[in-house]
Write a protein that binds this ligand. Structure first.
Ligand SMILES: Nc1ncnc2c1ncn2[C@@H]1O[C@H](COP(=O)(O)OP(=O)(O)OP(=O)(O)O)[C@@H](O)[C@H]1O
Length: 272
């Protein structure tokens, strides 16, 4: 595990007594005889940046899949803004304000960056075939607005100058920024980020950290899976630790990395 930086956590986690925006309640996920997630409960308070760490195979990505609606839990409940959503598919959760990024982003390689980002917009009336016939001016206006918003979002993540290039020219780190831009098009209230630092060079990593802190300062909530503990310490006021499908402990980044159970979980499993 990487040494924690001495800088204090910078999210606004400690400054507010916020309501829980996303909650997992007794989540279980079994694949045949294996419990990838074995009864996990936690809450993410609104406006905070919460970390989710644990050794490889701990069940973190499976947990994200269940929170986002990409997999159904075998048991348990997911509450988004107080509403049980475990039966809802991912696209409905996105519309309710829950966005997620993937460990390995897969943009449409042949489409331009701006086209990829525009695909993240929700509620496009032009997707309804009849709307193109009945209200073409309205469809055209909305497409223009979506394009402008996609360009603004690309500028926010520092990719505006590549807007017309095909996504295949991007590095791994730039793909992470493109994916962030795509998911931001849906105006999420809470974002699940799956290893935003993995495979990213140090200068782009700084951009990603700054963008996350900037969005958080504007009120966006984050749950972040990350192996890079320097990044976790810079972003997160609170960290959840999973091991072998269970929630092992939670606390400040500083406290959890000093917890002997956490050290043992990492040494017993594959150390990142
Ligand atoms: N579709 C699947 N079928 C069978 N087993 C699975 C499936 N998905 C995950 N698992 C198993 O569930 C366990 C948890 O996997 P998961 O990917 O959620 O862990 P993780 O904490 O995200 O790991 P990493 O840090 O390596 O991404 C692992 O043992 C994995 O092999």
């Amino acid at each position: 595990m990487t040494q924690l930086s001495a800088s204090p956590a910078r999210s606004n986690a400690e400054t507010s007594d916020a309501p829980v925006i996303l909650a997992a309640d007794g989540i279980e996920k079994r694949f045949g005889g294996i419990a990838a997630v074995g009864g996990v409960s936690f809450g993410v308070p609104k406006g905070r940046i919460v970390g989710l760490i644990g050794p490889n195979g701990a069940g973190k990505t499976t947990m994200f899949d269940i929170l986002a609606g990409d997999q159904a839990p075998s048991r348990g409940s997911v509450r988004l803004k107080g509403r049980a959503v475990e039966a809802e598919p991912a696209h409905l959760r996105i519309r309710s304000g829950l966005g997620r990024t993937f460990q390995i982003p897969r943009p449409f390689a042949a489409l331009s960056l701006v086209e990829n980002v525009m695909l993240g917009a929700q509620g496009q009336i032009g997707e309804r075939i009849w709307a193109n016939w009945l209200m073409p001016a309205r469809v055209a206006r909305q497409e223009r607005e979506t394009y402008d918003k996609a360009m603004e979002t690309l500028a926010f993540v520092g990719l505006a100058r590549l807007a017309r290039e095909p996504a295949r020219v991007l590095s791994g780190g730039q793909r992470k920024l493109l994916e962030l831009a795509r998911v931001l098009m849906a105006d999420p209230e809470i974002l699940l980020l799956d290893e935003p630092a993995a495979g990213v060079n140090p200068s782009l990593l700084e951009v990603i950290i700054e963008r996350i802190l900037d969005l958080n300062a504007r009120g966006m909530t984050f749950l972040v899976i990350e192996h890079n503990m320097d990044m976790v310490a810079r972003l997160c006021g609170h960290v959840l630790v999973m091991a072998s499908g269970r929630l092992l402990t939670e606390g400040t980044p500083d406290a959890v990395v000093r917890d002997p159970r956490v050290v043992e979980a990492y040494l017993g499993g594959a150390v990142p």
